[in-house]
Design a protein around this ligand. Structure first.
Ligand code: FMN
Length: 310
């Protein structure tokens, strides 16, 4: 028997494979390729209180071993998610994660309150549509001239503290690799009562069109993801895992069962798969099978045997 189960904030994951926010929509399109309930979990597209149209201009540019994206958090807004997507999410048997964004503290807090209320109303009828909030602190802070919340620890602390106070739902904070000090950021999340951290989001990066003599993106910079970032993400997960005792969802360029075991050995409780879903829409289900096969080959009967061994 191979045991791939994991646990965060008491929530049981069948396996460590969670689909990363922004690369899986709310899951329905991928449901045409495999049974979603085989996954450990899904983190839905990042949601804000109000709908967001996202960025204009080019949004995705392929690079060697990765992609740059400048989607700009296009999303239908929390009320539309609750109305249109939650009925589908209610039927899924996996850990369902709402990824929450915002450009002001007030946006974030009102978003968290709406989610909390919706969860409470359903609970009265013994129903659930989502299990956890993943707080994305990489959003631009409008008040601070667009500098992301996730850069300075003390700016991020304010958001984490307010959200922790606004919801009793399990809370995982998603860290940016662009943070001044990602270890300090994770320690702050633990101090403020987060149930876990997920890392990493995309790396700030650039592509220049030399003929037009300007960035290919209207926003100048974009976020780099995919295999190109994996070694750096892995190092960050390892450093964070040595500094905090809350569980970690590790991600960045994961595209194979070997990659998954590396992140678990570095200390992650679960992992997330992002960009690889664009390469292979069946990635989720194939990784589950590959992981079990690899564990068998390596004589690993449970992920706990190897977690954080480095
Ligand atoms: C097109 C795209 C959209 C994304 N949107 C979000 C988002 O809405 N919220 C979020 O927290 N992360 C978002 N991310 C970041 C991913 O969830 C993930 O952290 C990152 O891509 C690194 O993992 P990967 O290399 O496996 O893709 C997005 C990434 C991509 C490529």
């Amino acid at each position: 028997m191979i045991d791939t189960t994991c646990r965060i904030a008491g929530l049981p994951f069948k396996n460590p494979i969670v689909m990363a926010s922004g690369t899986f929509g709310f899951g329905s399109e991928y449901g045409a390729f495999y049974e979603l309930s085989r996954l450990g979990g899904i983190s839905g597209k990042g949601l804000t209180l109000q709908p967001k149209p996202g960025n204009s201009g080019l949004r995705v540019y392929e690079t060697p071993s990765g992609i740059l994206n400048s989607v700009g958090l296009e999303n239908p807004g929390i009320p539309a998610f609750l109305r249109d997507e939650c009925p589908r999410w209610e039927k899924l048997d996996l850990v369902r994660i709402v990824n929450l964004g915002g450009n002001t503290i007030q946006d974030y807090v009102e978003g968290a309150r709406l989610l909390q209320e919706a969860a409470w109303e359903r609970a009265q009828e013994q129903r659930t549509a989502f299990d956890m909030i993943e707080l994305n602190i990489s959003c631009p802070n409008v008040k601070a001239g667009g500098m992301a919340y996730g850069i300075h620890t003390e700016t991020a602390r304010e958001v984490v503290r307010e959200i922790r106070a606004a919801t009793s739902l399990p809370l995982v904070v998603k860290l940016s690799p662009n943070a001044e000090n990602i270890v300090e950021m994770a320690e702050m999340c633990e101090e403020e009562g987060a149930d876990g951290v997920s890392l990493v989001n995309t790396f700030s990066a650039m592509k220049i069109d030399i003929r037009k003599r300007r960035s290919v993106f209207e926003n100048l910079y974009a976020g780099l993801s995919g295999p190109a970032i994996k070694p750096i993400a892995l190092r960050m997960v390892h450093q964070v895992s040595r500094a905090v005792s809350i569980p970690i969802m590790g991600m960045g360029g994961i595209s194979s069962a070997e990659d998954i075991l590396e992140f678990i050995m570095a200390g992650a409780e679960t992992i997330q798969v992002g960009t690889h879903n664009f390469v292979n829409p069946r990635a989720g289900v194939e990784l589950i099978e590959d992981l079990e096969r690899l564990m068998r080959e390596e004589g690993i009967s449970s992920l706990d045997e190897i977690r954080g061994i480095l």
